[in-house]
Design a protein around this ligand. Structure first.
Ligand SMILES: [Zn+2]
Length: 111
């Protein structure tokens, strides 16, 4: 059913690669596996930590930096990747395009 190639599965919160098995996935409140989030981010149907986008960004930079990846490279990659994830995409869209359009004030009162 899923059209997402296995190798492209990331946690939709922290961008951790999920691999080909479901072992890294978190759980929903009914005990089934989450389809979107890893067990570090998500358990029993809720996020384990209530991080802001910025906080998560910094956490992810820390995870990604290693012998092969500099902090600069990690940041550049995450700047593209993180905002596309499900947990954050609503936020970033909201910041750029407020969903509630400003309603012009109406002073006239209809009777
Ligand atoms: Zn995660």
């Amino acid at each position: 059913m899923s059209s997402i190639p296995l190798e492209n599965r990331f946690c939709q919160s922290c961008a951790m690669p999920m691999g080909i098995t479901d072992e890294h996935f978190g759980t929903e409140s009914d005990g089934t596996k989450s389809e979107d989030y890893c067990s570090y981010c998500y358990m029993d149907g809720k996020f384990k930590k209530d991080l802001t986008f910025k906080e998560m960004f910094e956490v992810c930079v820390g995870f990604m930096v290693d012998d092969m990846t500099t902090e600069k490279q990690a940041r550049r990659k995450l700047e593209k990747l993180l905002p596309t994830l499900k947990r954050w995409s609503a936020d970033s869209v909201g910041n750029e395009n407020p969903e509630t359009p400003e309603v012009p004030e109406q002073t006239e009162q209809a009777e």
